[in-house]
Design a protein around this ligand. Sequence first.
Ligand SMILES: Cc1ncc(COP(=O)(O)O)c(C=O)c1O
Length: 337
Amino acid sequence: MGPEVAEFEKNFSDFLGGEVISVASGTDALRLSCLALNIGPGDEVLVPANTFIASILGICELGAQPVPVDVDPKTYLMDLTDADRRINSKTKGIIPVHLYGQTLDMDALMDFAQSHKLFLIEDACQAHGAEWNGKKAGTFAQAGCFSFFPSKNLGAFGDGGAIVVNDYDLAKKLRLLRNYGSTQKYIHEIPGTNSRLDSIQATILRIKLDFLEEWNNRRFRVACQYSEGLKGNVSITSPSFDPSLSKNHVFNLFVVQCEYRDQLQKFLTDRGIQTGIHYPIPIHLHKAFASWGYSEGTCPIAENLSKRILSLPMFPEITDKQINTVINAIKEFKIYE
Ligand SMILES: Cc1ncc(COP(=O)(O)O)c(C=O)c1O
């Protein structure tokens, strides 16, 4: 909580447009936002079925019920038509995820949340610097949550997170919550927790923030190169994005689809190309949440995608030669013949 933390919070606030409260991780950013917005037992919260589990852990911890919503097969993002079908009198909020770095249609989302009187928390943990119509992801909702895990577009050298808000009272409450419910040593106004960003991480993040736009631009160019190189390849579906809207997607991940995903992954691994799967199990099918009683068929699109998706190497430092190596290896993959 030294001056380095305050300086990073100020710089990230200026960058995003909103007040930033740093915390210990993205998971904490989501958990404390849920806590500050008084989510509790009996409440239902809409969440996309295809996301990292941390998107829903705060909801669970507070005794509320995450309700999985299916995703759009092209963008992989939460489908609002399906969200509409899952609303009932217990639905209190919605936590959309700007998954893989791509912003959701925030006009539609804001309308949806307002018309159903839902609180809205954006999980922007994979979308630092992404924009929707010139406004940064994370700054539309009551609270926008970021992770600074090293693999993120803005990553620390360890864990870290932040919440961006535009409401003075909410900001004040979050500042209390992350620091034992206290602003003055040994005086505790509310029961809080210990969720602080280390000064050393804040310093690293402050320095790296100056490079974020340049790195995001590079990620976008890498995505364009992959898309171009894989065009016409019948075994691969590249992510659909508009190359003229370079700010809408900051490509934390470049996720393709392939019917023979597991074989393709092995084929690439054998050639020294590491890939990932984000994510192999939709949230409602995890053993941890078996008590919810959901089964296969709850979110068929997300379930189908989880068997097909593959994340190709994506990081700003990747060279053109490495990109071509990946593209050429995929072209050699011939299982469908
Ligand atoms: C979409 C999403 N939400 C939440 C998190 C949680 O962030 P953290 O790992 O910093 O707790 C992550 C990252 O790991 C994420 O990708």
